[in-house]
Each structure stands twice: as structure tokens, then as C-alpha cells.
Design a protein around this ligand. Sequence first.
Ligand code: SF4
Length: 441
Amino acid sequence: MPTVFIETYGCQMNVSDSELMLGKLAAEGYAAVDSPEAADVVLLNTCAIREHAETRVIGRLGELRRFLKKDAVLGVTGCMAQRLGPRLLETDSRVSLVIGPDGYRALPALIEGARKGERMIATEFDLEEHYEDVAASRFDGVKAWIPVQRGCDYRCTYCIVPYTRGNERSRQLEDVVRETGSVVAQGLTEVVLLGQTVNSYHDGARDFADLLRAVGAVPGLRRLRFTSPHPNDFSDGVIAAMAEVKAVCEHVHLPMQSGSSRTLKRMLRRYTREEYLDCVARLRAAIPGLGLTTDIIVGFPGETDEDFAETLSAVREVGFDDAFMFKFSAREGTPATRLPAEMTVPDDVMDARFNELLATVRGISRDRNFRRVGERCEVLVEKEARKGELLQARSRDFKTVLMPGDKSMIGQYFHVELTGTTGSTFTGQVVRERAPLPMSG
Ligand code: SF4
């Protein structure tokens, strides 16, 4: 039986694509192994969003050379493969397979070609491709990642995704509902709907509100999440559906990127500071206890001290539970690289702003979390915690809770009391075994 090892970089969409690739290869008789040394086929499923992500993969390719089996096929898949295409084959003689996100259906045939000594490349976009008939081999035993949309029609000026994943297209609602039913039948009770701008979902007849209602009605589904939405696509209808569907969790990851309308305009985010804050207010009015997290970029070209101060004030005004924060890094091929060089924010300024933002976000999150100690909430136990004897669980509003217990509790729901916090994660004690059972609607 041939063996395969897949190493995944980047976002959840990539994790989901790796599950698809593994499913495709399992159907062809491949067995997954957990180290590259033991594999006949090694695939690095890559990310292109930041230069650092690509540098790591280049380093890893060099490292892998030393301990791959002599006749193993080494392939690069995902966004970096799409972006660099033949350049990857030219710069690394050991790589014999380069496949973009729309090429995974042909994976077994491409591997066959590579085994015969050919160097295979598949980087055509296919706007019809949803891998509808490919059963994913899922990595997570508790929750399922279900892509509902591929590609992106926004063109944020810093972002490479529209060029590596192509234009937006949505799956048919019935197919998403069918896949949800099948994962629930396998015992997974939490589903995360995935898309680059997931709430712009539209299958030609049904929008994201319809999708939430239809997926939320699958019997046995207990938690429904989605990532990542775009602020512009939170229509009143979508927010009403979120409030109405009981399985939809009280958490939204709402990328803000900047709190300055001037910067947002140069980023081509298509909303102003005020529109973003209005979106937050509408979500909070409809969904009590909503957890809010975000993404923020500092040092976008032309960002002044005043612009950055507006980002800090928006962060304080919203009071995010947490944020992913990034220093701007120009990506070759994106419109932001064409902004005049004099608009570049110097590294020392960028570093100082990043540190100030980090301290602000952490401080707010800490204060919010300390106020929560003593509250009770429902958690789903996800896995064993990395350190110690504890289990790692997740609340509906996306808080990480570490609690005592044994492995048999993984995949179960409990009511816990939040007994303490480090400022970012909580500790909890079970106060009631087994939270009440599934709901739908
Ligand atoms: S919405 Fe903007 S940031 Fe998000 S994937 Fe599309 S282009 Fe990139």
C-alpha cells in the first residue's frame, strides 16, 4: 500500500483542502503516515499570504531532502504552488509536483506521472470545482470544517488570495446540508462553514441566511460556526438568521484590518470605520453575549500616526476578545506593491505600533476575561491540553477552557464554572455533567 504524508501551512481552508487530498488518495488505496521519512509521497500544502509563510516552506523543502525516501515523490500544493508555479520546479530539483487549489482531483494521476520521472504541474483555475464527490479524511474528531465557497471576489490591495484561489463560487445549499448530515451521522456535532468571505455565500438562489437556517436544521447538529465573514456581507437578513438559529454560536471573527477610513480606502476594504462599527453594533444588538475577534494590519503604506491612533481607538471602542495582528508585508503581484515607495512605513515605526497594538489588545482581553471568572457556560471538550493532565474545551463564544477530566470526555458537552484565567485562557470545573441535548432550528 503506498503511503502519503501531508504537512499543512496557513488557514483553515488549507486544512480542509488537505483533508480532501487525503480523502482522494485514501480512495485510491494510499495510507496516511505521520512522518515524511516513512512516506512514498510527501506533500507540503502551502500558504502565500505572507512572505514569511513561503520562506518557511522553502526552508522545509531543503530540510526534507535529507531524510526523504530515495524514490519518494515530493510535491508542493496550495497557494504558494499556484503563485510560483513552474518557478518551484526550476528552483528545487527534488520537487516533482506542483498543484494549485483547483487541481487536487487529478492528484493520483499527477503522482503517477511524477513516479515515472516526469515533473508535473497543475495550476489552472476551475470555477466549477467544489470536489463534491470527494469524501474528506477528517483530522479533527470533534468538529468538521466544511467549505461552502471557494475563491474571493474582493480585491483588497494587500491580499494575494484572489490571485491564488481565483474568483468566488459557492456550493449548492443541498450539498452543504448533505455533508453536514453525514458528519453528524459520524458523531461530529460542531460544524464550521468555510469561505474566504463566507457570508457572501450565494448559490444562485439561496444566500448565507438561507444556508444558516438549512444547516442549523440538521438533526443532531449542536454548534454551527463560520469563518471568515466580510463586514459588508452582514445584511440584516444574515444577522437575523444568526440570532434565530440556535446552533449558531455567539462568536464572530470579524476582520477589521484598520480603524482608519483613510487606510481602509487604500486597502480597498470597501467599508469605512463608521460602517465597521455599525456592523459590530448590529451584531451585538441581535446576539447577546457575542464574542468578537478580529484581524488587524499595522504599517500599511501611508499609515500615519493619526491613522494608527484611530485603529487603537476602534480597538478600545469595540473591545475585542482577541485579535490576530500582523505587520504589513508587501506581496509580489498585489496592488499594494504599486503604492509609492515614500509611503512605506519604516520598520522601527511599524515595530513600535505593533507593540502598542499588542499591549492594547491584550490589556482589553485580559480585563474582559477577569470579569468573567465565576460565570458558568457550556463547553465542548476538544482534546487533551498540550501540558499537564487537563483537557482543552471551547465555549460557544470561543473561549478556551482548560479543565480536569479524562479522554473519554472528548467530544462531550459539559456545563462548567470558570474558576480562573491567565488573562487569555480560562480554567473551569464541571458543575453539571452533559449539557442538555441537541437542538435544531
Ligand atoms: S476579502 Fe480581501 S483579505 Fe479576504 S481573501 Fe478576499 S481579497 Fe483577501
